[in-house]
Design a protein around this ligand. Structure first.
Ligand SMILES: C[S@@+](CC[C@H](N)C(=O)[O-])C[C@H]1O[C@@H](n2cnc3c(N)ncnc32)[C@H](O)[C@@H]1O
Length: 327
């Protein structure tokens, strides 16, 4: 039953985010009527919704009204590594409507975003700026523990410019800037992602060493010493991945490196990795890959793997240089 009503639970979490329950209950108990009034929501429906949230362990009954639980606290917008934006995005139209076509994705082996959304996944996000911005914020939300580990394993040597290729709101680039005061960072992404990236840089006081540029990684990538590619290759087919990697290789300064951060999957991978693989199939027709499959892409793009370091499971940081270097 937990699996069968899983969609109800995911949408209830999204509604908890929409009603800002974590924020309303952050400083002690509130009644359903108080929350309904603050949100302009129907009082009786709000009381019934809070009862449902209590059954899920998001809230608990208090002497007067409801208190938030530890589970709810991770949805607070100011929580360390908050999951608020991720929860809202995962059950928003772009992913929800596409996942409803997983049977068709499995039967055809093809992406379903055009059938579900009327256009390819990233075109849809570009055409719907609110969902696009939410998706960018969700990437930041999902990335926090991976980035925390990845910045520790990347030895930047004498690099001066890091390029975050498809960097969304630039959370990886900004973490690199915060750790390495001598470098500058460029985020390359589609135009809809850039206001969020610039705002994040200003908010963290790192905008003097940060540039966000609109572009297409299938055409050209800005020059740099380190190319960060996090959660990019899993969106694309092997041929597309080779094109992106080749453009990154062409933009590498002498001695530069490509740093891929992705799930590395195998047949017995537990937890989220095989499910993410199916999500990739439905949304973009692509896949999560084994290390051997990454090596194959790298070789086809004229690159050579120099390191692979597991970070927050199931993610791995894979480093590569131009194949001719060091031969
Ligand atoms: C799955 S998100 C990953 C974002 C970020 N690297 C992270 O790990 O949080 C993929 C990103 O690629 C960007 N993207 C898609 N197609 C692109 C293209 N042709 N050129 C540049 N960026 C693109 C999307 O806008 C999105 O921000």
């Amino acid at each position: 039953m937990g699996f069968i009503v899983g969609p109800w639970l995911a949408q209830a979490v999204r509604a908890a985010v929409d009603l800002s329950l974590a924020e309303h209950l952050a400083n002690g108990p509130r009644t359903a009527s108080e929350i309904a009034e603050a949100e302009g929501a129907d009082p009786e429906a709000t009381a019934r919704f809070l009862r449902a949230c209590a059954s899920m362990g998001l809230v608990a009954y208090a002497e007067k009204g409801f208190t938030g639980t530890e589970l709810l606290a991770v949805l607070h917008r100011d929580a360390p590594m908050s999951l608020r934006d991720l929860a809202a995005s995962q059950s928003s139209a772009c992913l929800w409507l596409t996942w409803a076509r997983i049977p068709e994705a499995v039967r055809s082996g093809e992406a379903q975003s055009t059938q579900a959304l009327g256009m390819p996944f990233f075109d849809y996000l570009a055409a719907h700026p609110d969902e696009g911005a939410l998706f960018g914020a969700a990437m930041t939300s999902m990335s926090a523990p991976v980035i925390r580990d990845a910045v520790e394993v990347i030895d930047i040597g004498d690099a001066t410019t890091v390029v975050d290729v498809g960097g969304a709101h630039g959370s990886f680039a900004l973490a690199m800037l915060a750790k390495h005061p001598g470098i500058e960072a460029i985020v390359l992404d589609l135009p809809h992602a850039l206001p969020g990236a610039r705002a994040a840089a200003v908010e963290r006081g790192l905008d003097d060493r940060f540039t966000a540029v609109a572009g297409d990684f299938f055409k050209e990538v800005p020059q740099g010493d380190i190319m960060l590619l996090k959660f990019i290759l899993h969106d694309w087919s092997d041929d597309d991945g080779v094109r992106i990697l080749s453009n990154c290789r062409d933009a590498l300064r002498p001695g530069g490196r490509i740093v891929i951060t992705e799930i590395v999957i195998d047949d017995h991978a537990p937890g989220i990795a095989p499910l993410m693989d199916i999500s990739m199939l439905a949304c973009t027709g692509s896949r999560e890959r084994t290390l051997a499959e990454f090596d194959d892409l790298l070789t086809r793009a004229g690159l050579r793997r120099t390191a692979s370091t597991p970070v927050e499971p199931p993610y791995v940081v894979i480093e590569a240089t131009a194949a001719a270097v060091g031969k």
